[in-house]
Design a protein around this ligand. Structure first.
Ligand SMILES: [Zn+2]
Ligand SMILES: [Zn+2]
Length: 175
């Protein structure tokens, strides 16, 4: 959703909508977020404070995430509140704009007095993700030798775990 920032004044404007599961597009090859399993509810208030825009909002829904150990998809609740301050670029030379970009990453979201809420939401979903995502604490992951999903079946490689090299590797993977 594109918001024209010239319509935003000091009093907050409220936006509320749902994004359907097909809204999510994986952009990276190994994106850990595969999509939503329910529509995502988005609530955002946008107001202006000086030369900044204040975004306060919340996201609520269920994500489909790829497990960091076994690579299988699983569902995870997403409940995220956020506040963002976006700076408005009023520079007229390319040089100033570049300096601003380095100073304030969030300027990425604003282009020609417009803000793309989709990009804000997308970034916020990534920020809300834990560093490591596992389908369960007990997930056994994949065999480092043959790639078998050890939650589903056993492979032959495990029987050689007497080798110190393997047990070290095994400990690393089950950490
Ligand atoms: Zn897993
Ligand atoms: Zn194996």
């Amino acid at each position: 959703m594109i918001i024209d920032l010239r319509t935003i004044l000091r009093a907050p404007r409220h936006f509320e909508f749902t994004l359907e599961p097909d809204w999510w597009q994986c952009r990276q090859k190994n994106d850990q977020i595969l999509g939503f399993s329910t529509p995502l509810t988005v609530r955002i208030d946008i107001s202006k404070a000086g030369n900044k825009y204040v975004l306060k909002g919340s996201l609520s829904g269920r994500l489909v995430i790829r497990c960091g150990r076994c690579l299988e998809p699983y569902d995870s609740d997403l409940e995220s509140d956020f506040s963002l301050f976006l700076t408005c670029t009023e520079s007229d030379t390319g040089k100033n704009e570049l300096e601003l970009l380095e100073e304030d990453m969030s300027v990425d979201f604003i282009k020609d007095d417009e803000i793309d809420l989709d990009e804000v939401i997308r970034a916020q979903i990534y920020f809300s993700m834990p560093m490591k995502c596992f389908c369960s604490e007990e997930c056994q992951g994949l065999c480092p030798m043959c790639g078998t999903n050890l939650n589903k079946e056993k492979c032959e490689c495990q029987q050689e775990s007497g080798h110190p090299g393997f047990s070290k590797l095994k400990n690393l993977i089950t950490l």
